[in-house]
Design a protein around this ligand. Sequence first.
Ligand code: ZN
Ligand code: ZN
Length: 316
Amino acid sequence: MEDPKNFILPPNSYNEKFSITLTNDYLIKRQKIFSLATILISSLGTLLAATLLCIYRDISIQIIFISIIMYCLTMLGIEVGFHRYFSHGAFQTNNFIKTVFIILGSMAVQGPVVFWVSEHRQHHAYTDKQGDPHSPHLEGGIKGLWYAHIGWMFDNKVTNFTVFANDLLHDKTIVKINKMYLYWVSLGLLIPAVLGGLLTSTLMGIWQGFLWGGLVRIFLAHHATWSVNSIVHIFGTNPFKTQDFSKNNIWLVFPTLGGAWHNNHHAFPTSAKAGLYWWQIDFGYWFIRILELSRLVFQVKVPSKEIIELKKVQSS
Ligand SMILES: [Zn+2]
Ligand SMILES: [Zn+2]
């Protein structure tokens, strides 16, 4: 039987010699400006798109199609790339797929991969305790929910990358692609605009592609991912009694592409599979399976039925 520890230990990339957060004024200011800009621009864009839709009642099937495809690809970049691969090492892959994951994840505009991974590993190291960058339980109530969803990006702390993402900082490919973050963000707006123009053969198609496939898509992906930090650490079921408040939340499984099987994930952080049973739909894992069958990813970590049941028995 496989060693259960393979699925409960965090990646061996921590460097505990340093403080887990930085209080450098320049970095704090930069993080706040980036967070505010991305939240405001995507929210205002969504408001504008919704208002125009109410007034003109005009959106083509091509624009809807482009937006859905862009959403799925960039959320796969986040859930499969940034989360299961870069944060947890749930499988191995080559430099090409690594690069594609960083580009797709960056287009979701949730910060560069090194930032995302550092924050997320810090969350796993201190889940729902002092040191968790976005737990809803440190404050509680609506205030805690707001903090876990958005407020955490504006506190006066920046996660120390050298503590939590030391391995990424030693990978030249990752560092190089990470530095080009703003190019990938721009590409994520340009692609749907160009496709909108080409598929509808209208100037309006360019504008609607930018608005729906760009800004609205980013807005929706933001709130899907952040809901895992906030809502899914409060509401749902916890079949595994982990040392935290993580839950499985069936309502958020579709928009998070499987990420909302979050109690399962906290029980088995390095598993490529978040939906552990056949009925737990997990688009992220299906995508990993397709890549595995195409021999583009390998050494995919999946806990056996025995290990899952063992953990359940230990939990009860
Ligand atoms: Zn969590
Ligand atoms: Zn995780």
